[in-house]
Design a protein around this ligand. Structure first.
Ligand SMILES: *Cc1c(COP(=O)(O)O)cnc(C)c1O
Length: 397
């Protein structure tokens, strides 16, 4: 299969095939353009690489283990390895990105950090990076999510961040992102917006994918060590905006031996109108600065998304994955709320690992697949389930 969706082939204007670009209001043009000019020279400099690598090792605790899940492998008739991003400091992959972006912000002379958050993991990671670097931090979070992910709100406050609840729309991630962009428009010169996923105007999707690419960089040598070859037969990850998936597949995108399977949030079911499966039911449109597949009405109004998982409850997916879907390079499956819950309990009871609800969507792919018993499957557990205990305990009753 020939694909035209290599990360390295993101074009000059930030397009992956038909998706991407930088659709920003006039007032942000210079800010985004400054970042576009600055990001590659910075992240390719020895100075940045050294500082970033050291933080990932000694502060985040990388490399994250690649764990052979013996009991789950028996159950699904394959060789299942879990990439344990849940074991990172602050409990998810988001810290890789927040630390990378704050190092860029400092090198660009920015003084203030803003962020949006859904499940709160990106907010916590960014608040953590700001505490570490002594920078003021404002996090926008939908009021619905403030209520359903309370432990993360408390962590952000303890870390010294200001959490601003957002009460527009259905008070989730899209609405938080709107408010963060509004703030950015008011303070474009001194504020750096740390976006939490492979979404937003170019260069953010490329920047975030590169910062998260440490995940597949590690998978390569970890597999070599464990199975004697550097590539798996399958890579599985969940997609909200797409950052943990982008990091997982980054170094395998052009490797045709590797099948890529992405899980998006089905909510109550793709056809129920209560879903966040934007790749499958979306159509092309522009949201938050980028051309993507989007849940929208015929006249272009956003359809409010729904998922039990706050981190996947977003009406679109970043341009990288839209292109992977359109080109057929990735297979995309919807995993519904009940399937994700069942998968979370299954992993907990067979391997003793409580995954984040988002990651449980990736696990929910397993019963839908047919593997050969020697197939090497790498599934990224993007985060841990501490923040989701209330939802899980409710499901037991
Ligand atoms: C934020 C989050 C996600 C979804 O975001 P992506 O950018 O698609 O990775 C998935 N899992 C966890 C644990 C998260 O915190």
């Amino acid at each position: 299969m020939k694909t035209n969706c290599s990360f390295s082939q993101v074009d000059e204007n930030g397009f992956y095939g038909n998706y991407g670009g930088a659709y920003v209001p006039e007032i942000l043009y210079k800010t985004v353009e400054d970042l576009r000019r600055a990001y590659l020279p910075i992240i390719e400099s020895e100075d940045f690489k050294g500082e970033f690598r050291l933080l990932l090792r000694d502060y985040v605790g990388r490399p994250s283990p690649l764990y052979f899940a013996r009991r789950m492998s028996e159950r699904y008739g394959c060789q299942l390895y879990l990439k344990r991003e849940d074991l990172n400091h602050t409990g998810a992959h988001k810290i890789n990105n927040s630390l990378g972006q704050i190092l860029i912000a400092r090198r660009m002379g920015k003084r203030r950090i803003i962020a949006e958050t859904g499940a709160g993991q990106h907010g916590v990671a960014t608040a953590t990076a700001c505490a570490l670097m002594d920078m003021p931090c404002t996090v926008y979070m939908g009021a619905t999510d403030v209520a359903r992910q309370r432990p993360n709100v408390e962590r952000m406050k303890m870390l010294g961040a200001e959490v601003r609840p957002v009460e527009s729309g259905n008070m989730t991630l899209k609405d938080a992102t709107n408010e963060a962009i509004r703030d950015w428009c008011c303070h474009p010169a001194d504020t750096f917006y740390i976006i939490g996923s492979t979404v937003g105007p170019h260069p953010y999707p490329d920047l975030v994918a590169r910062l998260q690419s440490v995940i597949s960089e590690e998978i390569k040598w970890q597999l070599e060590e464990k199975v004697g070859r550097c590539y798996p037969d399958y890579l599985i990850a969940c997609v909200g905006g797409g950052s943990n998936a982008a990091g997982t597949i980054f170094h395998y995108l052009d490797d045709e031996r590797v099948s890529i399977v992405l899980a998006e949030a089905g909510g109550l079911g793709v056809d129920t109108g209560r879903t966040a499966a934007s790749l499958q039911i979306g159509s092309d449109g522009i949201l938050h600065g980028s051309r993507i597949r989007l849940m929208q009405t015929e006249d272009g109004q956003i359809v409010e998304p729904y998922s039990i998982s706050a981190g996947l409850d977003y009406p679109g997916t970043g341009p990288i994955h839209c292109n992977l879907y359109e080109s057929g390079r990735a297979r995309v499956l919807a995993v519904n709320d009940d399937e994700a819950l069942a998968a979370a309990f299954e992993l907990t009871r067979t391997e003793g690992i409580i995954p984040a609800l988002e990651s449980a969507h990736a696990l929910g792919v397993l019963p839908k697949m047919r593997f050969g018993k020697d197939d090497v499957v790498v599934l990224t557990v993007s985060g841990r389930g501490d923040k989701d205990m209330e939802t899980y305990l409710k499901a037991i009753k």
